[in-house]
Design a protein around this ligand. Structure first.
Ligand SMILES: Cc1cc2nc3c(=O)[nH]c(=O)nc-3n(C[C@H](O)[C@H](O)[C@H](O)COP(=O)(O)OP(=O)(O)OC[C@H]3O[C@@H](n4cnc5c(N)ncnc54)[C@H](O)[C@@H]3O)c2cc1C
Length: 280
């Protein structure tokens, strides 16, 4: 006999916490657009009760401060784009613009984008590059965790908001790879952010995400402190380091029976090369 499943809609934060505490097997959704991905048909994971956050006003806020901007987990990508490119970091705005199509973006959320179980979706690389913070709530506590340290959520936990740090970058590059309006094996996103002062590179972030997730502070630290423009020799060394790093990550994934399309490596290395050459 098929188990009964229920759909819940949190109309406020108390509702949300109550459901988290009392309902077993509760799966949280933002816009629920991931349910439409498999062959574009509506497919619910039948063993789960489902709770939607998009009707919970306390989850649908955008709060901008001097050093960061908070996005509630129910806020749609369209609502964020409606703020305008001058109100949020432009690499993040551009990344959101490339997600799906306007209809999907009316429902989809940032949290839902980074919580996919099978794939590091389009918004993962910009958020990983700046090490965005996630607010995780359960019935009794609330904590902030870095995206780079995020582990699988425990039953009864929900990501209630995402905090994007605001940093003044001198060079911001975001690129999406693969076809538009769908996520397939060769989809990936690339983020490169750099800051300099008096011709010295003072901060650098590089992230590449898709089936693979790549960010290395070791790689970034090798270049931070260099005089600009970066020498040809330093660029070659960095590309060699990045290539080894990529291969290590792929072998690790292959041991777990994942198949990573070989084209992605050359795309990543070419993007990194052209970004480093732009640093002047
Ligand atoms: C036609 C189409 C095109 C698409 N194109 C793209 C694309 O170009 N790029 C891309 O990245 N994605 C794409 N997607 C996938 C998806 O729409 C997006 O990734 C979207 O941002 C997911 O957001 P959501 O709020 O709808 O997620 P949901 O479907 O609500 O949730 C996705 C996952 O996150 C979990 N989750 C959601 N919110 C929370 C929370 N608050 N706490 C804990 N877990 C949570 C859910 O349990 C689920 O596992 C596409 C989908 C469709 C249907």
């Amino acid at each position: 006999m098929q188990n009964e499943i229920s759909f819940y809609k949190a109309s406020n934060i108390q509702d949300l916490l109550y459901y988290l505490k009392t309902v077993n097997n509760l799966k949280i959704y933002g816009g629920g657009t991931s349910l439409y991905e498999t062959n574009k048909e509506f497919t619910v994971e039948i063993e789960n009760n489902s709770l939607f956050l998009s009707q919970c006003p306390e989850c649908c806020f955008i709060d901008k401060k001097e050093r960061y901007i908070d996005f509630g987990s129910g806020v749609s990508l369209t609502k964020i784009l409606n703020l305008g490119i001058n109100k949020i970091p432009s690499y993040f705005y551009k990344a959101i613009e490339t997600v799906a199509n306007p209809l999907v973006r009316n429902l989809a959320t940032v949290t839902g984008n980074i919580c996919s179980e099978k794939f590091y979706n389009t918004l993962y690389s910009p958020l990983l590059a700046v090490d965005a913070k996630l607010e995780i709530k359960d019935y009794s506590e609330t904590k902030l965790v870095s995206l780079s340290k995020l582990e699988k959520l425990k039953p009864g936990q929900v990501i209630s908001k995402i905090r994007l740090p605001i940093i003044d970058w001198d060079l911001e590059i975001f690129e999406r790879l693969g076809p538009v309006n769908e996520i397939i094996d060769v989809s990936a996103s690339y983020t490169f952010l750099a800051q300099s002062e008096k011709d010295i590179l003072t901060d650098l972030r590089v992230a590449f995400c898709g089936k693979i997730k790549l960010r290395s502070t070791e790689l970034e630290n090798q270049l931070i402190g260099s005089r600009l423009p970066i020498s040809k020799r330093a660029i070659e060394n960095t590309l060699e380091f990045a290539s080894d790093l990529y291969d290590k990550e792929v072998s690790y994934l292959e041991e777990q029976n994942e198949v990573i399309h070989p084209m992605l490596k050359s795309q990543f290395i070419n993007l990194l090369k052209s970004s480093l050459e732009k640093l002047t």
